[in-house]
Design a protein around this ligand. Sequence first.
Ligand code: NAD
Length: 486
Amino acid sequence: MTARVAGEDVSLDHWIGGERVPSAGRFRDVSPIDERVLGEVAAGGAAEATLAVDAALDAFETWGRTSPAERAAAMHRIADGVEARIPQLAAVETEDNGALLRSHLRGVMPRVVHNFRFFADWLLQLRHEDLDTRGHRNHVSWDPAGVAVLVTPWNAPLMLETWKVAPALAAGDTAVLKPAEWAPLTASLLADITADAGLPPGVLNVVQGTGEEAGAALVSDPRVARIGFTGSVPTARAIARQAAANLVPLSLELGGKSPFLVFADADIDLAVSLAAEQYDNAGQVCLAGTRLLVDAAVHDRFVELLVERIAGLRQGDPRDPSTDIGPQVTRAHLERVDGFVQRAVADGASVLAGGGPNTELGGLYYRPTLLVGAAEGSEILTEEVFGPVLTVQSFGSEEEAVAMANATRFGLAATVVTSGDARAERVAGALVAGTVWVNCFFVRDLRAPFGGSRQSGVGREGGNWSFDFYCDVKNSVFAPSARGRA
Ligand code: NAD
């Protein structure tokens, strides 16, 4: 079964062993733009999960033995295929998850291409200096591990899927991808692209369906060698329980409640511009610095300028290039976001901007919201909202700022705005976070480690860290006598 979305034919079936496979059960995929049904997507369960792991295991027999050069060449062909279809992928993804078309065209889809090229190239230069132990040679190799199950979210679907698919395939693993049921379409297009690129059947499989059925069946299959997950903390707990039964290594990239610190010595215009960026993707960004912590000396000025900036943000149809903020992904999510805001207000917080759905636009549009005066320790300051909602608090000293920044169970990212180099070093060192940005935001280099501290994640990916996870890293120790023999 296919659907016509943004002028593209998109298969709504699974992709297993190089073939389209339907399911009797189907679920509705709804566009956040106007809540129209885009298609009825195959809802996989235990049977499809088993079939996909079977196919991936079969394919591993061959793919796991290909040379790095062959795998890298295949990855570059996939990258070429993605690159050639950026406009189509961008348009379909915008219909599917409601994120801005201009971001998909300029940043997100080019990054998908980069994911494949980067891990292809990194694979070819994986090295570890051989260690000498009393004449014995220790040689490290990165061996393929087997079948990787990859479970991903909807907020940047193809980018986050390929952030896992690319290193898994480069490592020589075969993969079963379970995209989020709220934005499943570009994963289906990726399957087509890999087939066109000549990827052998079964190397990449896509099982569509809900987390509770398709996802749970995949992560509990004892034949799986790795589980890569990006999503929320509660789902991570459910997956970790399944993985524990089979002792399968997990990589978990989870949510956050990241702090955004503005010191009195900051370039205030820069601080305001960076703060406004925290509304990107309608606030549906794991890394967003949603807790604005501002030195009391500049608090009022900063707030005044930020409120002005928020008033200038254009909300509307994400296909319109002049739109800054699109819709929330589903009605249930919009209501969840609003619930956080209304409870915060009931608890004493004041609304400086937004504070509810955009009633002029209707649909799933939520106004960019800024809250002040939230009760210390309240959920709006400690739980992830995942919507366009920021809070502002003031601090009196650097020590207090760091203590406030570190006062959640998360540790995904942090942003610091200051003109003091020594302060920047000190504060970056004291923050608990997988990534700290100083006077910048969202600068990502795939060579660098990425992940979360505390409950924001387990493990790191990027560069060697991805290969450490997706491979069975092996140390072979050669006695002196073994040298030179055939
Ligand atoms: P989610 O946890 O609800 O779903 C993520 C995926 O898990 C989906 O594919 C879903 O179908 C699947 N799933 C759900 N229950 C499952 C189960 N029992 N077994 C197996 N799979 C299951 O998250 P979401 O709403 O799609 O995404 C938003 C969350 O993702 C936020 O918390 C956000 O911070 C986080 N996120 C983190 C990063 C990161 O890199 N750290 C990036 C993007 C999003």
